[in-house]
Design a protein around this ligand. Structure first.
Ligand SMILES: *[C@@H]1O[C@H](CO)[C@@H](O)[C@H](O)[C@H]1NC(C)=O
Ligand SMILES: *[C@@H]1O[C@H](CO)[C@@H](O)[C@H](O)[C@H]1NC(C)=O
Ligand SMILES: *[C@@H]1O[C@H](CO)[C@@H](O)[C@H](O)[C@H]1NC(C)=O
Ligand SMILES: *[C@@H]1O[C@H](CO)[C@@H](O)[C@H](O)[C@H]1NC(C)=O
Ligand SMILES: *[C@@H]1O[C@H](CO)[C@@H](O)[C@H](O)[C@H]1NC(C)=O
Ligand SMILES: *[C@@H]1O[C@H](CO)[C@@H](O)[C@H](O)[C@H]1NC(C)=O
Ligand SMILES: CC(=O)N[C@H]1CO[C@H](CO)[C@@H](O)[C@@H]1O
Length: 367
């Protein structure tokens, strides 16, 4: 190495270190479908990615100020083998299931195999965040821990129609901007198998229906087996801590039947779910986009989120990628944010300083 290389190397190390400090939260968006495939999946992924990288900004009338500066980088995948690698999952501050589906009828086809389910359960137990959108509740019927994580499994919905949905709790960043009398929306109104408020770590209902509509089903506004649920009917909710804890008296309906026998409990992080988001038109509404931004932003602000231990949720421009692996050499889940953007810096250094590439690569490991 020439003497000129040394100061350059020091600068390179400093550059890598500086970028480490400003690691962005990372979000994995899973969109695999074993059954019905929503036409809105592409716009959903695009919306979440562009809200995260700041290219889609919402008027202040549509987004809560407490999360409007939160940025994240999004990785979208439909490859279930990604869940075979817990180290890969552990790089993410939150994993979102967006319009995923099992095959219909339930238990005839699903989107994660047992190895993936086990790793996903561990990820949540270790403080990972979760958000679910729309048919995320009609997914993994065979894995009871997932039913508890979402809060409830989908039961059925009446035909899609124009309905009004309104905020129940306008103090949450995902609903604070909604008009009190409701948002007119062309949507499927979901009914669930169980009441997410009966979980040991109960759901806090955020959205309910505000209009009468046609539901010829067996238990309109209710939970399984003909009983109407208590008011308000849950259409979106948040939960924090104890995400996987069981309630034996409701477990039969929260659980699917059969499937992987995965024991999982705890889960100190945050979970947010909305049943809305079926139609492309819904994703074009600023108030719905602000709902989603508020949900994801709130999950990312969890003290258990990986980036809360050294990353920064603002100050950098987000990146987006399709099914790529953000760089990480961390084998330990949910440790302080490190080694995400440095890979980009290393790549740049390799281009400009080919002679130092090996050295830089060696130095980057203990950073
Ligand atoms: C942000 O994400 C959107 C959607 O994927 C993409 O079109 C856009 O180029 C990205 N912008 C930046 C600055 O990365
Ligand atoms: C698991 O993921 C990590 C982080 O993306 C990666 O470095 C590692 O190579 C992966 N392991 C396997 C066996 O694919
Ligand atoms: C739903 O409302 C929209 C906008 O008001 C309207 O264009 C559409 O015809 C309505 N659809 C139905 C099925 O009523
Ligand atoms: C379990 O669920 C029942 C409703 O089926 C509810 O009354 C009870 O409070 C719940 N128990 C716990 C510990 O959450
Ligand atoms: C919700 O919809 C049901 C079915 O149309 C209706 O009976 C109920 O009154 C609605 N809830 C509210 C709060 O309007
Ligand atoms: C990031 O957030 C912190 C804390 O809210 C704030 O002090 C800082 O100014 C923000 N930085 C940028 C670049 O927005
Ligand atoms: C607990 C309970 O009553 N379960 C019933 C709910 O409804 C389904 C379908 O009608 C029955 O198969 C269950 O036994």
């Amino acid at each position: 190495m020439s003497i000129f290389a040394l100061p350059v190397l020091v600068l390179a190390v400093l550059a890598v270190h500086t970028i480490n400090v400003a690691a962005l939260p990372q979000v994995l968006v899973y969109t695999k479908t074993a059954g019905y495939r929503h036409e809105s999946i592409p716009i959903a992924v695009q919306t979440i990615t562009s809200l995260g990288n700041g290219s889609l900004t919402l008027p202040s009338s549509a987004i809560d100020p407490s999360i409007s500066a939160v940025r994240w980088s999004t990785v979208n995948t439909e490859d279930e083998t990604r869940f075979h690698n817990l180290t890969f999952l552990s790089q993410f501050d939150a994993i979102g299931f967006v319009s995923t589906t099992d095959q219909d009828p339930p238990l005839t086809g699903t989107v994660l195999d047992d190895q993936g389910l086990r790793n996903f359960a561990r990820y949540i137990e270790q403080g990972g965040g979760y958000f679910g959108i729309h048919s995320a509740a009609a997914t993994l019927f065979g894995a009871p821990f997932y039913g508890r994580l979402v809060g409830a499994y989908f039961d059925y919905h009446p035909q899609i129609q124009n309905v009004s949905v309104k905020p129940v709790d306008a103090s949450h960043p995902s609903t604070s901007r909604w008009p009190a009398d409701g948002l007119r929306i062309y949507e499927e109104v979901y009914n669930f198998r169980s009441d997410p408020r009966n979980l040991p770590s109960p759901a806090h209902v955020l959205v309910t229906n505000a209009s009468t509509f046609s539901d010829p089903g067996v238990n309109p506004q209710g939970f399984r087996n003909g009983t109407n649920g208590p008011s308000p009917h849950p259409l979106a909710w948040w939960r924090q801590g104890g995400l996987l804890d069981t309630n034996s008296s409701t477990d039969a309906s929260v659980s699917g039947v059969g499937g992987a026998d995965i024991q999982a409990a705890g889960g100190p992080g945050r979970a947010w779910y909305t049943s809305l988001g079926h139609d492309v038109s819904t994703w074009q509404l600023d108030l719905f986009r602000g709902h989603v931004a508020g949900g994801i932003g709130w999950v990312l602000q969890s003290s258990t989120a990986r980036s809360a231990h050294g990353g920064s949720s603002n100050g950098s421009t987000g990146t987006s990628s399709q099914d790529t692996t953000p760089a990480s050499s961390s084998a330990h889940s949910l440790r302080p944010a490190r080694l995400h953007l440095p890979a980009m810096a290393v790549t740049a250094l390799v281009v400009t300083l080919p002679g130092l590439s090996v050295l830089v690569a060696q130095i980057r490991i203990p950073v």
